[in-house]
Design a protein around this ligand. Structure first.
Ligand code: FE2
Ligand code: FE2
Length: 427
């Protein structure tokens, strides 16, 4: 029988049948769970969930829970990888359980079907992004309809498959930050907005605002923009003016752009605690589309290679952004962003606990530490003739493969994009 209950009254042993929220807005991979730890109840409370539905028929007593834990601990054998094996382990009863091949294969196939279309849309949008920046430098008229057309194609691609365009950003490592930054922020923002359930119209506005968000930098002297060291106070004041200048460019040219897109450009550096700029907005005063742009902006800036420093690995950048939870960004928005981007985005090269090397093919948004991967090299670094697809989220508990560390793509010794069904990356 289902019973509504306050999260404060939950006890270990109760079966939560529904947390009553969309997946991106609660801490668990699924909406239902048998509560076996006090920490699970705290997680719900910390997420601001005040009520859930309990299934009394599936709930257990605390003695039954304790018994279940004891038998699980005794019955589970640890995974001991054997060098040189890729499949189920020899001489061990612990076998990395295969995902139902069709489920993972279907997800990957949907991604690979979208990738060429996403690459085409990205390539066109990149040309437009370059033209946009050139027009600003030369004080020429910006062709809004062209930008909107490209943004619409990006929104359509993300609507068909949330991850294909984001995967491209990771796979295209030969970046020119100046031209790709606005576009990448646009892609990350549209993808996050899609995961948050924004309407198509909001996604189009978000896409436009993000494409324009840093145009004001074309009015900041290049010695400040490209200065390798710390900016002086005066230089920082000039640098910070770029957000308001982005708005100024749009208004000067009387561009036919939605007011909310203009807000994205002006407010993308505003922060929750009022420490941002240019208007020191706080909390709810900051438009939510601008917050999505702000998160994507920080992430892209941290992960991109620049002239004077190498970009961070995605999981390090997310760790950094996580540190801004509650000060620069609303905690739940950070969580949603992390859930959308994925701790190991597609194209990441990872070492498995067995020593094998794998390429992340697809994020499992409900199980961020367990993406779908292709095992591509054995523990000695020998490339396997046939990579093996493994859905880390579909293994039975304690059964097998796990990611042990991330390898920078430049040190992988192979091109991760080779393992995607993609002939050419957009230039
Ligand atoms: Fe900016
Ligand atoms: Fe930016």
């Amino acid at each position: 029988m289902l019973k509504k209950m306050s999260t404060k009254d939950l006890k270990v042993g109760m079966f939560v049948a529904d947390v009553g929220r969309a997946w991106f807005n609660h801490p668990w991979a699924t909406k239902k769970r048998l509560l076996t730890e006090e920490s699970e109840i705290r997680e719900l409370i910390d997420y601001g969930i005040s009520e859930v539905f309990i299934d009394t028929d599936r709930s257990k007593t605390s003695a039954q829970i304790a018994e279940g834990k004891a038998s699980a601990a005794g019955g589970r054998k640890p995974f001991k990888p054997v060098a040189g094996t890729v499949g189920p382990l020899r001489g061990s009863s612990a076998r990395p359980s295969e995902p139902p091949a069709s489920a993972a294969a279907e997800i990957v196939s949907a991604l690979e079907t979208e990738l060429p279309k996403a690459a085409k849309a990205y390539g066109k949008a990149l040309d437009t992004s370059k033209a946009l920046i050139a027009a600003c430098y030369m004080n020429k008229r910006i062709e809004v309809s062209e930008v909107q057309e490209n943004v619409d194609e990006l929104v359509e691609s993300v609507s068909r498959n949330q991850d294909a365009l984001s995967a491209l950003i990771k796979l295209r490592r030969f970046d020119d930050y100046t031209y790709t930054h606005c576009l990448n922020v646009s892609v990350l923002s549209i993808s996050t907005g899609k995961a948050l359930g924004l309407s198509q119209e909001d996604l189009r506005i978000l896409g436009m605002g993000t494409m324009f968000h840093d145009l004001g930098k074309t009015r900041v002297p290049s010695y400040i923009l490209n200065k390798p060291g710390k900016l002086t106070d005066d230089e920082f004041v000039i640098m910070k003016s770029h957000a308001a200048l982005s708005e100024e460019i749009i208004r000067e040219q009387k561009l036919d752009v939605d007011e909310r897109a203009i807000q994205v450009a002006r407010f993308h550096h505003e922060r929750l605690d009022g420490s941002g700029y240019p208007d020191h907005l706080k909390g709810d005063e900051i438009p939510r589309l601008a917050t999505i742009c702000g998160l994507s902006d920080v992430y892209d800036a941290l992960t991109s290679d620049r002239v004077y420093h190498k970009g961070m690995l995605p999981h390090d950048a997310l760790k950094f952004i996580y540190g801004l939870r509650g000060t620069h960004f609303e905690p739940t928005w950070v969580d949603r962003f992390v859930q959308s981007v994925g701790i190991y985005p597609p194209g990441s090269v990872v070492a498995m606990n067995s020593g094998h090397i794998a390429v992340v093919i697809e994020v499992v948004h409900t199980s961020l530490l367990n993406p779908i991967v292709k095992i591509v090299a054995d523990p000695k670094g020998q490339i396997l003739p046939r990579p093996k697809l493994v859905d880390l989220s579909s293994q039975t508990e304690g059964a097998g493969w796990a990611i042990s560390k991330v390898i920078p793509p430049s040190e992988a010794g192979f091109e991760p994009s080779y393992y995607f069904n993609l002939k050419d990356l957009p230039k």
